[in-house]
Design a protein around this ligand. Structure first.
Ligand code: AMP
Length: 309
C-alpha cells in the first residue's frame, strides 16, 4: 500500500452552528484529513497535541490503520484551540478564538519511516512548516497543499515557494481570488497555475469543487444532503478523501484526479452531518459506495451528438 503523509493541525474546537454547539471537541485539519484518507489508504500523520487531546482519538486513528508515530504529545502543553460560529446558511463562519498553544512552536522532524512516503497532503499550516516537511521527503510522487487567508496576507513569499513545489493547490474560491488579486475565478486559477502547481482545485462549499490545469477543467457538485449540522472539516475531509484515492490507485492522472474529487466529495458529505469526527467515523464502506453511486448518477447525462439537435 502506498503511504500517505498528512501534516497539519490537530485541535480542540468549539463550534456553534444554527443546529447546535459543542465545546472543545476533537478537530484539526490533519485529524479530519487522516480519518477521511484512512477509508482508502493508511495515512502517516504529523502533528502536535497537548495533554488535553483525547488519547482515544489517536487510538481510533491507529485502529483505522494510521501511523501516529509522527504526532508529538507535549506533556506540559495545551493543544491548538479554535472557536468558530457559522451563519444561518452555513456558508460563512467567523473565527472567534485561535490559540496556537503547542502548535505555535511546531517544527516537525519526520520519523524515518515517513520520509519515503509517496503521497503528501500539507494541510493549512504555516508555509515554512510545509516547506520543512517537503525538504524531508525523498520519494514523493504527488503533493497537495492547502492554505488560508492569513498566510496569503502575511507569509506570501514562503507560500509562493510552497506553490512552486507542490503538484496541486487546494484553495477555496475566496483564497484563489485573494492569491491572484483578481475576481474572475477562471483567470485567478490560471494565475495560480503560473505559480507552479500542475493543478488547482477550487473548493466552493455547497456548490462543489472545480479542478483546473492547463489542459483540463472539471467541476463536481457537492453531494446533496438533507441535514448539514457542522461544515467544519469539510475541506480537510475532501482533501483526505482525494489523497486517499490517489494513493489507493497509485496513479495521479487527470482521470484519477476526477475520481479522487468524487471520493473527496462523498467523504466530506459524511463529515458535515455531525459535529467533530462523528459523521466521518460512522461512514462505512457500504454507505460510501451508496453515495459514490448516487453522485455518479447526479453528474451523468447522455450526451447527444450535435448533429441530432
Ligand atoms: P476547514 O473547515 O476544512 O477549514 O477546517 C477546520 C479545521 O481547521 C478545524 O477543526 C480547526 O481546528 C482547524 N483550524 C482552524 N483555524 C486553523 C489555523 N489557523 N491553522 C490550522 N488549523 C486551523
Amino acid at each position: 500500500m502506498n503511504e500517505i503523509i498528512i501534516v497539519g493541525s490537530m485541535a480542540l474546537d468549539s463550534v456553534k452552528t444554527p443546529f447546535g454547539e459543542v465545546d472543545r471537541v476533537v478537530g484539526g485539519a490533519a485529524t479530519y484529513a487522516a480519518v477521511a484518507a484512512s477509508l482508502l489508504a493508511p495515512p502517516q500523520v504529523v502533528g502536535v497535541v497537548g495533554n488535553d487531546f483525547p488519547p482515544e482519538t489517536l487510538e481510533m486513528l491507529q485502529e483505522r490503520g494510521a501511523d501516529t508515530s509522527g504526532v508529538e504529545i507535549v506533556a506540559d502543553g495545551k493543544s491548538f484551540f479554535w472557536q468558530g460560529v457559522y451563519d444561518y446558511a452555513l456558508s460563512e463562519r467567523d473565527t472567534l478564538v485561535t490559540e496556537l498553544n503547542v502548535f505555535g512552536d511546531f517544527n516537525p522532524t519526520l520519523p524515518e519511516s515517513y520520509v519515503g512516503s509517496r503521497y503528501c497532503f500539507l494541510a493549512n499550516i504555516q508555509p515554512q512548516v510545509q516547506l520543512a516537511v517537503l525538504d524531508q521527503l525523498n520519494n514523493t510522487c504527488f503533493t497537495m497543499c492547502d492554505t488560508m487567508n492569513y498566510w496569503i496576507e502575511n507569509e506570501r513569499a514562503a507560500l509562493e515557494e510552497v506553490l512552486s513545489r507542490v503538484d496541486l493547490a487546494l484553495l477555496n474560491d475566496a483564497e484563489t481570488r485573494q492569491l491572484a488579486g483578481m475576481t474572475n475565478l477562471a483567470r485567478a486559477a490560471a494565475y495560480v497555475l503560473d505559480m507552479g502547481p500542475d493543478f488547482v482545485v477550487i473548493k466552493k462549499g455547497e456548490y462543489g469543487a472545480t479542478l483546473v490545469s492547463d489542459a483540463e477543467y472539471f467541476s463536481i457538485p457537492s453531494y446533496p444532503l438533507p441535514d448539514v449540522v457542522d461544515p467544519t472539516g469539510a475541506g480537510d475531509s475532501f482533501a483526505g478523501g482525494m489523497i486517499g484515492l490517489l494513493a489507493h490507485q497509485d496513479e495521479c492522472s487527470t482521470r484519477q484526479l476526477r475520481r479522487a474529487m468524487a471520493f473527496g466529495t462523498v467523504i466530506a458529505s459524511a463529515a458535515i452531518e455531525d459535529f467533530s469526527l462523528a459523521g466521518l467515523e460512522r461512514l462505512d464502506t457500504s454507505e460510501l459506495r451508496r453515495r459514490y453511486d448516487a453522485l455518479r448518477e447526479i453528474v451523468r447525462f447522455d450526451a447527444m451528438e450535435w448533429e441530432q439537435i
